[in-house]
Design a protein around this ligand. Structure first.
Ligand SMILES: Cc1cc2nc3c(=O)[nH]c(=O)nc-3n(C[C@H](O)[C@H](O)[C@H](O)COP(=O)(O)OP(=O)(O)OC[C@H]3O[C@@H](n4cnc5c(N)ncnc54)[C@H](O)[C@@H]3O)c2cc1C
Ligand SMILES: *[C@@H]1O[C@H](CO)[C@@H](O)[C@H](O)[C@H]1NC(C)=O
Ligand SMILES: *[C@@H]1O[C@H](CO)[C@@H](O)[C@H](O)[C@H]1NC(C)=O
Ligand SMILES: *[C@@H]1O[C@H](CO)[C@@H](O)[C@H](O)[C@H]1NC(C)=O
Length: 522
């Protein structure tokens, strides 16, 4: 059925004039035809409201259908079907991992959401040997990957702070945590991917095979294909972890020590940091599950309005090497300039450490404080401007940051691969700074409005001061902002889009490309 000239005109006005994204034409005939597709899994059309929710709790777009795939073919068949309708259909397709997006990135207004977790049934396969790896479904949770590899005494090398995220979801962004300084982000630790492209083709890619697609998808914000399988590099897993926190009152000593530790040959296995604006923040943060004695310990360090900095690190060990570990840890701590007596440590199993945020999740859930709005802001700041940034943000913009933890740690750029799609600052060392706010109140300092206003000030200041900041888990509303985000890489990003998802079917919730507006864009 060919659309009339009038329909084209309507579409043109819709997209060319306002850039409005919320109006969607019903695609009843296409939707009806979905039911006839030969699938191992199934579509649901009624019970779709959970696919209109994400962790951010700030954006909600109702899809027309949810696909519960039981095979990779189900996903390919569906995308191919939508692709075959060409520009005549407005239908889009969003892979949904665990729905931990912040701004509707895993949603598809009036489109099809693919529940990637349904694909988990595919068996994970561990290959031990000289260069061990695991093949896991794109919809698999990292916690399950860990459970599986531990059976072989192995584990992935690079993590996120929280493991109830999916393989495909974090690889579409980068996947960063305290191991990134030494192993690179998670996207630096993948050997091979299986992808369903925006044309519905199933393609295996790696450094050797279809390498452009491989690099495009890593950090690609879901724009080029759906990750159905990932081959993740593994290493021997330690049994235990010494988990250490120390405090600083001096920003300069704090960052110099962090920078020394991430460049040292012999160093910790995990290095992060926290900024503590208001001491009560230590107690109320969802990371305070560190130890039951934490409140007592923390209460010794009154901030009196001053800002404190917490350096967090771990050393992996096996029980029989505990003496060695003590020695190495002491050698390292000896070189640091934290506040005497502010050292705190605990020994936990590797899995307890890696899954640490889940314990806090349980506590917050019990208090009804998990499913609240999360206006998070994640930034990457070049080392050369971190002082300028900190002086203004922690000294001026944020007076009370009880709204959630502020992560603050440096990483080495040479561990990132510049052929991937992820955008990072143009400097050898840059900081990851995460304002992980919760906004449970409708008004006042703990409201969405107040928090977003603070974040706007931080961003505006950064641009004005020429900080060279890049957003992680980026969120922009206009093509101009996306172009600025990608900078010199925009052209490549666009070319890859034309090659792998020319109709802009995939991950519409990122708001980078719009289906049906493509024919009129340059
Ligand atoms: C409590 C918490 C802690 C976090 N900690 C960290 C952290 O330490 N480090 C870090 O890097 N991130 C962290 N994140 C952010 C996390 O990486 C993102 O939320 C990310 O989106 C992964 O979540 P998800 O698997 O639920 O993916 P979703 O939110 O469901 O999807 C994210 C995007 O990827 C696309 N997508 C999903 N699956 C696939 C797939 N298989 N193939 C292609 N595209 C896909 C979606 O369409 C969407 O655009 C954290 C998030 C939360 C909620
Ligand atoms: C936020 O979450 C609440 C509780 O789950 C829900 O009722 C509300 O619709 C959500 N809002 C958005 C924008 O997702
Ligand atoms: C610190 O947090 C407490 C509790 O939320 C709040 O009452 C107080 O005003 C905050 N202090 C500062 C200096 O903002
Ligand atoms: C990546 O970095 C290398 C080495 O610094 C450089 O030669 C190359 O041009 C860069 N490639 C891209 C795509 O930026």
């Amino acid at each position: 059925m060919k659309p009339s000239v009038l329909q084209y005109l309507k579409l043109f006005l819709l997209f060319a004039v306002g850039g409005v994204t919320t109006t969607h034409m019903p695609d009843q005939d296409v939707l009806a035809s979905l039911c006839k597709l030969p699938l191992d899994g199934h579509f649901s059309f009624d019970d779709v409201s959970t696919a209109a929710w994400d962790f951010g709790n700030l954006s909600s777009f109702m899809p027309a259908a949810v696909l519960h795939p039981c095979s990779v073919d189900d996903i390919a068949t569906t995308v191919r079907h939508v692709f075959s309708r060409g520009e005549h259909s407005m239908l889009t397709v969003a892979a949904r991992g665990h729905g931990h997006s912040l701004r509707g990135q895993c949603q598809a207004a009036g489109g099809i959401v693919i529940k990637m977790e349904s694909l988990r049934t595919a068996r994970m396969k561990v290959h031990s040997g000289a260069s061990p790896y695991i093949d896991a479904s794109g919809g698999e949770l990292w916690i399950n990957v860990l459970h599986e590899t531990l059976k072989y005494g192995l584990a992935p090398k690079s993590w996120t702070d929280y493991l109830h995220l999916t393989v495909g979801g974090t690889l579409s962004n980068a996947g960063v945590s305290g191991q990134t300084f030494r192993h690179g982000p998670q996207i630096s630790n993948v050997n091979e991917l299986e992808i369903v492209t925006g044309r519905g083709d199933i393609v295996t890619c790696s450094l050797e095979q279809n390498s452009d697609l491989f690099h495009a998808v890593l950090g690609g914000l879901g724009q080029f294909g759906i990750i159905t399988r990932a081959r993740i590099s593994l290493e021997p897993a330690p049994r235990m972890v010494r988990w250490i926190r120390v405090l600083y009152s001096e920003f300069t000593s704090f960052t110099e020590d962090q920078e020394m530790l991430i460049s040292a040959e012999r160093t910790f296995d995990y290095i992060e940091g926290l900024v503590i604006i208001n001491r009560t923040g230590v107690l109320n943060s969802w990371r305070s599950s560190f130890n039951p004695h934490d409140p007592l310990w923390a209460s010794q360090f009154e901030t009196d309005g001053r800002v404190l900095f917490c350096l967090e690190m771990t050393k992996n060990y096996n029980p029989e090497e505990a003496d060695n570990m003590e020695q190495e840890v002491n050698n390292l701590l000896y070189q640091l300039r934290y506040i005497p007596l502010s050292l705190f440590h605990t020994d936990v199993t590797y899995i307890e450490f890696l899954d640490r945020v889940h314990a806090s999740e349980a506590k917050l859930r019990a208090k009804g404080m998990w499913e609240v709005p999360h206006p998070w802001l994640n930034l990457m700041i070049p080392k050369s401007s971190i002082h300028t940034f900190a002086r203004e943000v922690f000294g001026n913009i944020l007076e009370d940051c009880n709204n959630g933890p502020i992560l603050f740690y440096p990483v080495n750029r040479f561990r990132w691969d510049n052929r991937t799609s992820v955008v990072i600052p143009d400097e050898e060392v840059f900081y990851l700074v995460g304002f992980l706010s919760s906004a449970p109140s409708l008004s006042g300092p703990h409201s969405v409005e107040h928090t977003l206003n603070l974040h706007r000030q931080i961003i505006e200041f950064s641009y004005k001061a020429g900080i060279g900041v890049k957003q992680y888990l980026p969120n922009y509303n206009t093509e101009q902002e996306w172009k600025a985000h990608f900078g010199a890489r925009w052209e490549t990003f666009q070319q890859r889009k034309n090659a792998y998802d020319p109709l802009a079917i995939l991950a519409p919730g990122q708001g980078i490309f719009q289906k049906a507006s493509l024919p009129w864009s340059s």
